[in-house]
Design a protein around this ligand. Structure first.
Ligand SMILES: *[C@@H]1O[C@H](CO)[C@@H](O)[C@H](O)[C@H]1NC(C)=O
Ligand SMILES: *[C@@H]1O[C@H](CO)[C@@H](O)[C@H](O)[C@H]1NC(C)=O
Ligand SMILES: *[C@@H]1O[C@H](CO)[C@@H](O)[C@H](O)[C@H]1NC(C)=O
Ligand SMILES: *[C@@H]1O[C@H](CO)[C@@H](O)[C@H](O)[C@H]1NC(C)=O
Ligand SMILES: *[C@@H]1O[C@H](CO)[C@@H](O)[C@H](O)[C@H]1NC(C)=O
Ligand SMILES: *[C@@H]1O[C@H](CO)[C@@H](O)[C@H](O)[C@H]1NC(C)=O
Ligand SMILES: *[C@@H]1O[C@H](CO)[C@@H](O)[C@H](O)[C@H]1NC(C)=O
Ligand SMILES: *[C@@H]1O[C@H](CO)[C@@H](O)[C@H](O)[C@H]1NC(C)=O
Ligand SMILES: *[C@@H]1O[C@H](CO)[C@@H](O)[C@H](O)[C@H]1NC(C)=O
Ligand SMILES: *[C@@H]1O[C@H](CO)[C@@H](O)[C@H](O)[C@H]1NC(C)=O
Length: 785
């Protein structure tokens, strides 16, 4: 018998070893199957024919438990795609057995021959039954007539592989879904799953605890699910939806077999399509559903609060509560939620004589869904109604009484000015109140007298503050690194209460201001920033050290509550787009344009290569280039990607003015590198050459995308015809040729073909030669349309 079992270390060094059990090993050739009489134990594995996948025992993370699973062989990060005994781990593999049983099923036994897992497949004669691991990651059991009687693709865990399916058997009514791991160290079924719509419509949904739908794919329209972008764009997928008499399912296949991808539902409820990037040796997300984590139902679990502005953890427990599982919270899986530190008096019989439970006032909360609304009565009555029912955990009084019984989910911290913000009163045991155990006082805190007192104190504080403020503006300001830290009041004063607006970018309006030493500044009010204060300060201080003659200098900032402002040097010349595209402005001559181009290139090269941390601008366009009195160009608005964090690409891709400058990576989901700036820079060069927006050119009434035309002309060598006609051909032909060729190289489809900004500078300085570029394929396609 030619037998299996190839123990392989991660270095793929094949070791020979002999089993103490019934097996005899003759050689070290990998096998892809387990047939009757053979079994896996210890560190033995089987490997699929082409060596794509391995099946064997594994322990996830720091766990001490063993599971039988399938993972990629060629990938350095062990990534498990299927688990057999996901909820029934074994603790010792040395004489455990994974084998074909006498009735032809695949089973897992521990050393005392106790059954831990079974394929539960149709019985067959064991001596002709074989389990084979295929190169798709599918484990199949075939009987004597070579019929597949069971396959792991019919019993997926948390991963849908290319070729695998998710669906429903219309005859048995059985759903085939994927369900998240409980946490990254425990493959037991967690709370989140992806399934066909239990309501029967032709779409798939994400579910919490098998009941609560928190995301829908949209109906199948014949080509794709309406809210899911795949099957379009450059991602090599083919998604199919099959609906016949027996079953209804979705499946995807990859068109390029070298593309390694999987779809997985994570422990915190996101369904993510990932692909393997060989160069960086990591999994990259192509897209996730839902689009933001906080749309996941009960993301923070019972009594957990979701806080999008928190810098370290999106979830925290309500006051008086603690994580139900500290271990899971440390793994950033919060759905197990929070539990009371002290049980309520009403539910603790032994504390009959203790203090009454109280209510903690929580302001600016999004109130939980589906309250029980009580008719009539005052706020006091509402509080009493809640106090008198032991299962009531919170109430709110907004023109009526609402109470919540049982576990409370989906609490969200909102901030001043949010129209949905309300005040929730959360029931706590007396001893859990902040500061002391004087619960009665806290219950009464809401009375008018106290509110009056608080207002009084606020008034006094306000007066003190007003006096202080005047002093502070004149006094030395706090300085963080080389940056000045302003108070919001300072900036109101400096900008005359934000009266002179200079413009408004995608991230907020910009106002002109004058400091007390009469230096002029531009103050940008950032909008839609969800970052915590600490992280904002960190990012800002890294931007503060950036100093280059072609980069607009950041002079200071303000971070107060939810307000975030940046203070920049003021550029009297305004933005490049106003000089290029406005009819009333004087026409920039070629020499000036060349200086501006060189300046921008140097500024970007500095941001990419010379700073301590590489800064990708991500939004290079004429509107973000400012010029001073002498027409020296400076790059503005850098570092927004860092400040905006994960919101950035959403803001960027929804900003209309930006679209024409965006590199294909933004849309295809490929990793963003500094080459996206090179692409945008290239697009901008065409505008500097022609003096017109790339998209507004038209010939005989029809719209032409100028870069397509330009790219062709560059290749044909007909360069002068591209020049802004207002210049009447007055340009240095050699310089113009260089700029045209560089522009065309910069907008190549593949980022690898684009030059770096450092190389661009060298070409423009005449240090490096530039050859005739190929026609970018994307433009070619555009022209064929
Ligand atoms: C496999 O296990 C055996 C016995 O437990 C051990 O001697 C051997 O080194 C292991 N091989 C690898 C590659 O880990
Ligand atoms: C099982 O693996 C052995 C060794 O690689 C091979 O010779 C045999 O053909 C395989 N059997 C099946 C059914 O694939
Ligand atoms: C596992 O079982 C083997 C044999 O049954 C025994 O020698 C070994 O000590 C056990 N290992 C552990 C960690 O319990
Ligand atoms: C096998 O599993 C059973 C049931 O969990 C357990 O009682 C027994 O101790 C296990 N045997 C070994 C050797 O671990
Ligand atoms: C294999 O399974 C098929 C379908 O269940 C059955 O028709 C066939 O008789 C089986 N063959 C053997 C050898 O058990
Ligand atoms: C069994 O079926 C598989 C796939 O259906 C095929 O590749 C294989 O050659 C068959 N084996 C035999 C012995 O017929
Ligand atoms: C999930 O639902 C089951 C009943 O279907 C319930 O017993 C269980 O407590 C629920 N889990 C959570 C975390 O609420
Ligand atoms: C996508 O899959 C369907 C069904 O498997 C097939 O008919 C179609 O040709 C495939 N399309 C491409 C582009 O491969
Ligand atoms: C119940 O109350 C008693 C007395 O106040 C206290 O010692 C005990 O810890 C409480 N039990 C729980 C579960 O909180
Ligand atoms: C408390 O509220 C629950 C849930 O609404 C309700 O079923 C129960 O009857 C109430 N108990 C009392 C004592 O009112």
């Amino acid at each position: 018998m030619d037998t299996e079992i190839r123990p392989c270390s991660s270095l793929s060094i094949c070791l020979l070893f002999f089993l103490f059990s019934s097996l005899n090993i003759q050689n070290c050739v990998a096998t892809d199957n387990i047939s009757s009489g053979q079994s896996l134990s210890g560190n033995q594995t089987i490997v699929s024919k082409e060596g794509n996948f391995v099946l064997g025992f594994f322990t996830p993370g720091n766990s001490r438990n063993y599971y039988v699973g399938i993972w990629y062989k060629k990938i350095s990060v062990r990534t498990v795609i299927w688990v057999a005994n996901r909820a029934t781990p074994i603790t010792n593999t040395s004489s455990a057995e994974f084998k074909i049983s006498e009735d032809g099923k695949l089973v897992l036994l521990n050393s005392s021959k106790i059954l831990f897992w079974s394929s539960n497949s149709t019985p067959s004669t064991s001596d002709s039954t074989v389990a084979v691991l295929l190169d798709t990651g599918n484990l199949v059991i075939r009987n004597g007539s070579n019929t597949t009687i069971w396959q792991s693709f019919d019993h997926p865990t948390d991963t849908q592989m290319p070729g695998g399916w998710i669906g429903v058997n219309k005859i048995t009514g059985e759903f085939q879904s994927i369900t998240s791991w409980e946490n990254p160290e425990n493959p037991a079924p967690g709370l989140f799953s992806q399934s066909m719509d239990p309501g029967g419509s032709n779409q798939y949904v994400l579910l919490w605890n098998g009941s609560e739908i928190y995301w829908r794919s949209g109906l199948w329209n014949g080509q794709y699910f309406t809210t899911v972008p795949f099957s379009r764009g450059s991602i090599p997928f083919n998604v199919t939806f099959v609906d016949n008499k027996q079953q209804k399912y979705i499946m995807y296949t990859i068109l390029d077999s070298s593309f390694i991808t999987r779809s997985v539902i994570g422990s915190s409820g996101l369904l993510t399509q990932l692909y393997w990037v060989d160069s960086t040796q990591e999994w990259q997300s192509i897209f996730s559903q839902p689009s933001a984590q906080f749309y996941v139902y009960s993301l923070c679990g019972n009594f957990g609060i979701c806080d999008l502005k928190s810098s370290d953890n999106i979830c925290r427990c309500s006051y008086g509560f603690e994580p139900a599982s500290m271990k899971e919270w440390e793994l950033k899986v919060w759905s197990s939620g929070c539990v009371r530190k002290t049980s309520l008096r009403c539910s603790n019989k032994s504390s009959a004589g203790g203090e009454e439970d109280g209510f903690l006032e929580m302001t600016n909360m999004r109130l939980p869904a589906s309250p029980r609304n009580l008719l009539g009565g005052s706020a006091e009555d509402c509080e009493k109604a809640c106090l008198n029912n032991c299962s009531c955990n919170a109430y709110a009084y907004v023109s009526g009484c609402s109470i919540w019984t049982g576990d409370i989910r989906n609490l969200q911290q909102l901030y001043d000015g949010d129209s949905e913000a309300g005040t929730l009163y959360l029931r706590l045991a007396a001893s859990d109140f902040p500061g002391s155990s004087r619960s009665h006082k806290l219950v009464i805190y809401r009375t008018l007298s106290v509110i009056g007192g608080v207002l009084g104190i606020l008034c006094v504080l306000g007066l003190i503050w007003t006096f202080q403020r005047r002093k502070r503006i004149r006094m030395a300001r706090q300085v963080e690194g080389s940056l000045i830290q302003f108070t919001y009041g300072d900036l109101q004063h400096v900008t005359k209460n934000f009266s002179e607006k200079l413009g408004s970018g995608g991230f907020g309006p910009v106002f002109k201001g004058t400091l007390s030493d009469s230096t002029e500044v531009a103050v940008k009010k950032l909008e839609g920033l969800r970052q915590g204060e600490k992280q904002f300060r960190t990012e800002v201080s890294t931007l503060g050290v950036i100093q280059h003659v072609n980069v607009v200098r950041l002079r200071g900032f303000c971070s107060k509550g939810s307000k975030r402002l940046l203070v920049y040097e003021y550029m009297s010349g305004g933005s490049l787009d106003s000089h290029l595209f406005q009819n009333n402005s004087t026409v920039l001559d070629w020499k000036m344009r060349y200086q501006i181009i060189l300046g921008i290139a140097r500024g970007l090269a500095y941001l990419h290569e010379k700073c301590r941390e590489c800064i990708i601008h991500c939004d290079v366009k004429p509107d973000n280039v400012l010029v001073d009195r002498d027409f020296c160009a400076k790059v503005a608005d850098f570092g927004m990607a860092k400040l905006m964090g994960r919101d950035f690409s959403r803001v960027l891709t929804t900003m209309r003015g930006t679209i024409g400058y965006l590199a294909p990576e933004w849309i295809s989901g490929l990793p963003i590198t500094s080459k996206v700036d090179v692409y945008s820079f290239g697009m901008m060069l065409f505008e500097l050459i022609s003096g017109e927006r790339n998209t507004t050119h038209s010939a005989d009434g029809s719209k032409i995308f100028y870069p397509s035309l330009a790219a062709t002309k560059v290749i044909e060598g007909d360069i002068l015809s591209l020049l802004d006609h207002r210049l009447n051909g007055a340009a240095d032909i050699e310089e113009l040729t260089r700029v045209c060729r560089v522009a065309c190289w910069c907008i190549q489809d593949s980022e690898a073909h684009r030059p770096t900004m450092g190389q661009v500078v060298q070409i423009l300085e005449g240090v490096m030669e530039v050859s005739v570029p190929p026609l970018p394929r994307a433009l070619q396609l555009l022209m064929e349309d």
